[in-house]
Design a protein around this ligand. Structure first.
Ligand code: 4AD
Ligand code: MG
Length: 440
């Protein structure tokens, strides 16, 4: 009897043995008397040769792209001049159809399809070689993040994503009706994560976050996978070190798990050098002004950046690309940043905050030390116009055993866009959600 194998196990180890494989037809090359198939089962790709009765005109039309088959035959070592994935080729002696594929498939997406038409067919697009590799790398990446955290003594927690408080500014919230009361889809799990540090110590979560931002750029999604961590009893410097370690360790881990797959998508992928450059906000303003990276005013004119200006995405990326290496942007003025951020002891107008910028993508991490003093937090609510009663559970963190603590959020899709060298964030999502797209 033939040995049932997954394609990943079809290697020279089974050369000259009879095996059976279940798979999708990835590619067909029909040369009439002989048909070459490339099969795919999610674990790998396998080349097959079918001849004689196996490709009789009455049945050969069933061998269509994306049809599923069971195929049996002998694994052979290919001739020296022929490259086969897995290092073997299946000489078929029997096949049967499991599920046919409709001929209209070829018309669904073609050379003329625009981006919207392509993403309407995302479920088909995902089956392609490159998209499939990216989905596997995404899985490997999430595994590597979890591995990093467990090796370093963090616990994973699962926060709610249906919430009634906001974290990063009210304007970007998706609101919904929750049994007659207003609720939101969470923008960040940070506040809940902070309440978990007295429970498990160093904590992390990987959860969906939602932003109702109208911005349609190559790095904005309305729903993204947010990796967040929160750590008690650390300093601002230690927070930066931890983020740097996370990034480098995870890239190293992805290389260790499947470096060939990573290089197949991004030949230039490499582990960044540590330490990363640290640049204070005021120095970023100075850098832009010194290097003619200009502020664009509403009336179309350009001018120098002033202290207190937000450096927009385009200018920030220009600076980052000129410098050509990861940058921690540090110590933003409090007025520009979220209400919960701790102030710098040396200058109370500044926050112990940071953004990590990566060449080609821009900000992939945002984080800070948190206000740990009860009264200071109450003042911060007031300044932001927040009703403290909604936040009692968050405030209690400061009431019952407060600690200096800090944390960060990393956009998993932004990280992947960077490490895979992808042009657009939508390519690293299964089914991306951005302005104008909530299907399929
Ligand atoms: O900088 P952000 O808004 O920070 C927070 O939400 C903090 N509460 C996180 C924390 O300290 N626990 O978002 C963090 C990261 C960004 O750096 C970016 O990588 C990603 O989340 N992100 C997005 N990714 C894709 N599309 C969007 N619209 C995103 N908004 C934020
Ligand atoms: Mg940010």
């Amino acid at each position: 009897a033939a040995k049932e194998l997954k394609i990943r196990d079809c290697t020279p180890k089974y050369a000259n043995q009879r095996v059976a494989v279940h798979a999708w037809i990835h590619h067909v090359r029909n040369q009439k008397k002989i048909v070459f198939l490339e099969l795919r089962d999610g674990t790998g790709y396998l080349q097959c040769v079918l001849a004689g009765d196996l490709v009789h005109p009455s049945i050969v039309e069933n061998l269509k792209r994306e049809a599923t088959i069971r195929i049996v035959g002998t694994l052979l070592l290919p001739p020296a001049d022929k490259k086969c994935p897995g290092g073997v080729e299946l000489q078929a002696d029997y096949w049967q159809l499991v599920g046919s594929s409709s001929p209209d498939l070829e018309g669904i997406i073609n050379q003329e399809s625009n981006i919207d038409q392509m993403f309407d067919q995302r479920h088909i697009l995902l089956r392609g070689t490159r998209a499939s590799s990216i989905m596997k790398l995404r899985s490997i990446c999430l595994h590597a993040f979890r591995q990093h955290f467990f090796e370093n003594g963090y616990f994973e927690v699962t926060p709610p994503t249906l919430v009634n408080t906001f974290c990063e500014g009210g304007s970007e919230l998706f609101t919904l009706d929750y049994f007659g009361s207003p609720a939101y889809l969470t923008q960040s799990s940070q506040l809940y994560l902070e309440t978990m540090i007295p429970v498990v110590g160093d904590a992390f979560c990987i959860a969906q976050s939602y932003r109702a931002e109208k911005a349609r750029t190559r790095r904005h999604l309305s729903e993204f996978t947010h990796l967040e961590a929160e750590c008690p009893f650390i300093t601002y410097e230690q927070l930066q070190d931890r983020i740097e370690f996370l990034i480098c360790d995870v890239v190293e881990k992805i290389f260790a798990i499947d470096g060939d797959l990573l290089r197949s998508i991004n030949p230039n992928a490499k582990v960044p050098k540590r330490p990363f450059m640290r640049m204070n906000y005021v120095d970023a303003i100075k850098y832009c002004n010194d290097n003619k990276i200009m502020k664009k005013n509403e009336d179309g004119t350009e001018s120098d950046f002033q202290y207190g200006d937000d450096i927009p995405e385009a200018q920030e990326r220009k600076m980052n690309d000129q410098i050509g290496e990861p940058i921690f942007l540090c110590r933003f003025p409090a007025d520009m940043k979220a209400f919960y951020m701790a102030r710098c002891p040396e200058n109370r107008d500044l926050t112990e905050s940071l953004d990590l910028l990566m060449p080609g993508v821009g900000e992939i991490v945002g984080g800070s030390m948190r206000i740990s003093d009860y009264q200071e937090l109450m003042n911060a609510y007031k300044k932001e116009g927040l009703d403290p009663s909604q936040y009692y559970w968050f405030t209690d963190q400061r009431k019952y055993g407060t600690t200096p603590h800090g944390g960060y959020g990393l956009g998993v899709e932004r990280f992947l866009t960077w490490v895979l060298g992808e042009e657009h964030i939508r390519n690293v999502c299964t089914y991306p959600r951005y302005t104008g797209r909530c299907h399929p």
